[in-house]
Design a protein around this ligand. Structure first.
Ligand SMILES: O=C(O)CCC(=O)C(=O)O
Length: 208
């Protein structure tokens, strides 16, 4: 049997660093189920917009096209944990597809998932689920530890971040590992020059 989750320790880490990594959170069956819903849907959506110049590396609102993804967003096994970590009422707002396709050099630049300023939706949590083995060669996520507690300009993307700083964590994961981050934790991903896929699904929660 899997060890019970130590919510107190998770909360301490989440509050200190702005993110936590849950190793082996999903079983291989659960990962297959997620893959089986997300991958064909993404292929369909990409095909239906093939004559447009939209990026195919990021697709938002997958839940609008798939009831199972909608039910995961609303009532997935992770939802009570997300509420406990956030200590506030949150609602699911989007399921997104993040693909760092092979040969992509840049990745996603340092950003927050919400704005901090007055009148904005300034609190939330993101649940990032790896579908592939993810490491520094194929675009793993990076977090600036503790940045959710710092003051930054009220904007999504942040320039001039020292990406090799000591308080940056590169988070290498395998399928079934789940990362949960505070929407105000500065994070980014690398490019993918590995020849290997790097696909992930994110569930976004907001306090509105
Ligand atoms: O998967 C990525 O490369 C970036 C993901 C991200 O920024 C997010 O889920 O908030």
């Amino acid at each position: 049997m899997k060890d019970a989750i130590d919510i107190k320790a998770l909360k301490e880490n989440f509050n200190r660093d702005g993110f936590i990594v849950l190793r082996d959170y999903l079983s291989s069956l659960e990962v297959s189920e997620l893959r089986d819903h997300a991958i064909p849907l993404v292929e369909r959506l990409i095909q239906s917009r093939q004559n447009t110049d939209h990026s195919t590396n990021l697709l938002k609102s997958l839940h609008r096209h798939d009831n199972w993804l909608q039910s995961q967003l609303d009532n997935g096994r992770h939802v009570p944990l997300v509420q406990q970590l956030a200590e506030m009422e949150l609602r699911g707002c989007s399921v997104a597809w993040f693909d760092r396709s092979d040969g992509e050099i840049t990745g996603v630049p340092p950003h927050f998932d919400v704005l901090r300023g007055q009148g904005s939706i300034n609190a939330g949590v993101t649940v990032w689920v790896a579908l592939d083995l993810v490491n520094k060669n194929n675009g793993c996520l990076h977090y600036l530890r503790g940045s959710h507690k710092e003051i930054y300009p009220d904007q999504i993307f942040v320039e001039g971040v020292e990406i090799d700083a000591e308080d940056v964590s590169q988070v290498e994961v395998k399928p079934g590992d789940v990362i949960i981050h505070n929407a105000l934790t500065l994070h980014w991903s690398g490019g993918n020059t590995s020849g290997m896929p790097r696909r992930a699904v994110s569930y976004f929660y907001r306090n509105f």
